[in-house]
Design a protein around this ligand. Structure first.
Ligand code: NAD
Length: 363
């Protein structure tokens, strides 16, 4: 295990993507958002993704420095094409359109299609919340069908994340943000690199047996080699039995079909589709009842007797907020295999060896 300071890690990722042909601004954004996922504890969506992002760029599946193309626009809604640009570039552009329309109208909707991997969806809810807006996001991961629906053993869903964010005056926002699979695919990726183990019931074999073994998803792989989920026969399980499977199904229909992305994306390169709704609470609630009632309710919610003596009831977003504070202070822990894969990636694109060593020394 190595521990790297967040600034040094995002600077190294920035240098890697700048060397790989992204503009300085895009490379900085990729570094910042990947490390933001690590800081919030979602290592699955952090720097472990660097080698895969680079392969996608090399293969032309993701393109540098795209600007979203507006396909349909009314005062309250927009349908935009991400043109297979990096998610860290086209997602914030789409969110900005939603924010601007919502600030004018009190309500807006933006459908984003053909985005490269948009990473931790909570980043986009936080971006809207920073502007005082509530947001709800239905996302599909087209071309990445990995999850078995309730009652089935074969892959029919993506990990299809759902996310909602609520701003709180003077405090960090509420952010509910999760994959609709028991674990995000990135958590299987992290486990395959020797990181945190998977929960007992996370994966299912074609024959219906539960498992924690990442080989079920990726087939054979070497310790630092590329993970290819087309090589495995098993599936991740949808969370929450029929209810979670139903929410995943809706993420496919809304984030995939309604955005124009495609729900399964069979035969197409990986891409995220995201259907987002934005609401301005100041327009809905001119009397300012909402923040006070919400604060009262949060106190009531958290006052429930904990299951264990040292336990605590948390609200969505609280674990991430605490983890961010801790990792900003202490650094981001990475498994040896993840760090080795990043160092390999940096050398392959020609990042100066001294820069790599410097980043590694910033523990
Ligand atoms: P997770 O299982 O860790 O759940 C996270 C959510 O649960 C957060 O809202 C968190 O605040 C809340 N939470 C966690 N512990 C809690 C507790 N003890 N009490 C109260 N609330 C608690 O997340 P996940 O399903 O592993 O997803 C990880 C990330 O992966 C997310 O950021 C998601 O957006 C991302 N993702 C992205 C894609 C994509 O294609 N871009 C696909 C899947 C997932």
């Amino acid at each position: 295990m190595v521990t790297i300071k967040a600034d040094a890690l995002s600077a190294l990722v920035r240098d890697i993507f700048a060397k790989a042909g992204c503009s300085a601004a895009e490379a900085e954004r990729i570094g910042r958002y990947l490390v933001s996922a690590n800081l919030t504890g979602h290592d699955s969506h952090g720097v472990v993704r660097v080698p895969r992002y680079l392969s996608w760029k090399k293969e032309g599946a993701v393109k540098a420095d795209q600007s979203v193309k507006i396909l349909t626009e009314t005062p309250v809604l927009a349908v935009v094409d991400g043109l297979h640009g990096f998610g860290q570039t086209v997602a914030p552009q789409a969110v900005k359109i939603g924010i601007d329309k919502c600030k004018t109208n009190g309500l807006s909707m933006v459908a984003l299609r053909n985005a490269g991997h948009i990473g931790r969806v909570g980043d986009w809810a936080e971006m809207a919340a920073a502007e005082g807006l509530v947001s709800v996001h239905f996302v599909n991961a087209s071309g990445s069908v990995l999850v078995a629906p309730f009652g089935g053993t074969q892959r029919r869903l993506s990990t299809a994340p759902f996310c909602a964010g609520v701003p709180r005056p003077g405090q960090s926002p509420i952010v509910l943000d999760f994959a609709t699979s028991i674990v995000a695919e990135g958590k299987v990726l992290v486990a395959s690199f020797g990181g945190k183990k998977l929960p007992e019931n996370a994966l299912i074999s074609l024959d219906g047996d539960m498992s924690t073994d990442p080989h079920l998803l990726y087939g054979d792989y070497t310790p630092t080699g590329r993970r290819d989920h087309s090589k495995g026969q098993g599936a991740i399980r949808a969370f929450g039995e029929h209810k979670g499977s139903g929410l995943a199904f809706l993420c496919e229909i809304l984030g995939g079909s309604l955005t124009g992305m495609s729900a399964t994306g069979e035969g197409r390169p990986f891409g995220n589709g995201m259907l987002s709704f934005y609401v301005d609470p100041k327009v809905v609630d001119p009397e300012n009842f909402f923040p006070e009632d919400m604060a009262r309710y949060i106190g009531y919610f958290k006052s429930a007797r904990p299951v264990t003596a040292n336990g605590e009831v948390l609200i969505p977003g609280e674990p991430e907020e605490r983890m961010r504070a801790e990792r900003l202070a202490k650094g981001v822990p990475l498994s040896d295999d993840t760090w080795a894969a990043i160092v390999n990636a940096a050398r392959e694109v020609g990042v100066d060896e001294r820069r790599i060593q410097d980043a590694g020394a910033q523990g």
